[in-house]
Write a protein that binds this ligand. Sequence first.
Ligand code: TYD
Length: 146
Amino acid sequence: MNEFVAAASLPARCSWVALSSHRDDRGALVAIEGEADAPFSIRRVYFLHGTAPDAERGFHAHRELTQLAVCVAGSCLMLLDDGEIRSIVRLHGADRGLVIGSMVWREMREFSDDCVLLVLASEHYAEADYIRDHARFLEAVTESRQ
Ligand code: TYD
């Protein structure tokens, strides 16, 4: 499994964002600003924690939503699929975020015991924005390219 997948091989609409850490003898502080570090205005924040090591999450794409995921503690694997390119990346370290754009299928697994995955989102929660069937995702992403 690749520890790091270079930006060039990430699926479409996905990219890494470097986050500045303000580090001093007290520790580190990382700030994330909307329309600056996150390439959208932030309307929702959620985080995953206490995830069972054998749990698998995600298995969906979003029609419109863009998100920025930062693993602020521990690590997990994320599979990203734009219908053509499938990449598996390891999220770890609070100094780097992963932008996941619309119409990208994602699956998450191999959460470490201490994993805290912070996600900033461009929209409020809306079940109607989800595509939870991979075959339907492939149809929709193909249609969106035409
Ligand atoms: P789910 O979509 O299953 O999470 P994942 O894609 O990570 O596997 O969401 C779990 C539950 O949390 C489900 O009942 C919906 C709810 N939820 C919210 O209420 N707000 C949110 O912003 C998110 C992401 C989920």
